[in-house]
Design a protein around this ligand. Structure first.
Ligand code: PAF
Length: 286
């Protein structure tokens, strides 16, 4: 497995692969890899002949006071994981100065989709995400890029960006990988103290309960959101951030889950210093 740190070298390598007629998949990550990321790599492998994984903790998507400095970084451990059964062909691991040699004057701003959920709580976050993913796509030139649906809002933002900018890349979302008790895998789970870890399971319970109620025919969004909120605050260590149901794809608010429509039931809460998120994309019966 090759490790490339320079954008020019990465572009040349991708051009070579494309010229060979091979299909190229990209899995963008911030490292600190876990089984959820490895599942993305396996999915990418099924979609393409060559898999590049990017490892870059992107400063422009962290707000002031967020965890950019302490975000876990261990390139050696990540490379070891990517040499196992979920093997990457190439890892692109640029430095911050390679990606941002000067403060950027050009940003990718997707409108509307970031207005709610995490975007409403983390101003500028999705601008940073969209900008760095556009830069990673232009460095790695994949045919297909694979993202985890734990960050469903991020996926919808990026898919819209790719469509609006005619980037010529297909974006594929892969379902969340979970611990046996249901907790969504996240690099930030390692911030949790043991009791916080035990209680954090309320997040998955909240979204799965909402899903089950929608599948059983419940349509009242206020009631469904109250149910998710009640489940989260039943954990004494949880500080709820949001519990919302929005239309999937547009991420616009809804008051009723109309039959046959698809909604996103999404939650976020703090446990100690860890802000965790979870969601379910649910198609209502009918
Ligand atoms: O989901 C992530 O890990 C990051 O937001 C991404 C897509 C790699 C951009 O930095």
């Amino acid at each position: 497995m090759r490790v490339v740190t320079s954008i020019v070298e990465m572009q040349a390598e991708s051009d070579r692969i494309r010229a060979d007629g091979r299909r190229l998949a990209l899995v963008p990550t911030m490292g600190s890899l876990h089984e959820g990321h490895l599942e993305l790599v396996r999915s990418a492998r099924r979609l393409a002949d060559h898999v590049t994984v990017t490892i870059f903790v992107n400063p422009t998507q962290f707000g002031p006071g967020e965890d950019f400095e302490r975000y876990p970084r261990d390139l050696g451990a990540d490379l070891a994981l990517l040499s196992g059964d979920a093997a990457a062909d190439l890892v692109f691991a640029p430095t911050v100065s390679e990606m941002y040699p000067e403060p950027p004057l050009t940003w990718v701003d997707v409108e509307r989709l970031p207005d709610r959920l995490c975007g409403a709580r983390r101003p500028g976050h999705f601008r940073g995400v969209a900008t760095v993913v556009a830069k990673l796509l232009s460095a790695c030139r994949p045919h297909v890029a694979v993202f985890g649906l734990k960050d469903a809002q991020q996926f919808f933002v990026l898919r819209r960006m790719a469509r609006d900018l005619n980037l010529g890349v297909e974006l594929v979302g892969v379902d969340t990988v979970r611990e046996p008790d249901g907790l969504a895998l996240s690099s930030r789970n390692r911030y949790l103290a043991p009791e916080e870890r035990t209680q954090a399971v309320v997040l998955s319970k909240a979204v799965f309960e909402a899903r089950d109620r929608i599948l059983a025919g419940e349509t009242d969004v206020a009631g469904l959101e109250r149910g998710m909120r009640d489940r989260i605050v039943s954990a004494s260590l949880a500080r709820i951030d949001y519990a919302e149901i929005v239309e999937a794809e547009t991420l616009q608010p809804v008051t009723t889950v109309e039959p046959g429509t698809t909604v996103l039931a999404a939650v976020a809460a703090w446990f100690g210093t860890a802000r965790l998120i979870d969601n379910r994309i649910v198609r209502a019966p009918g």
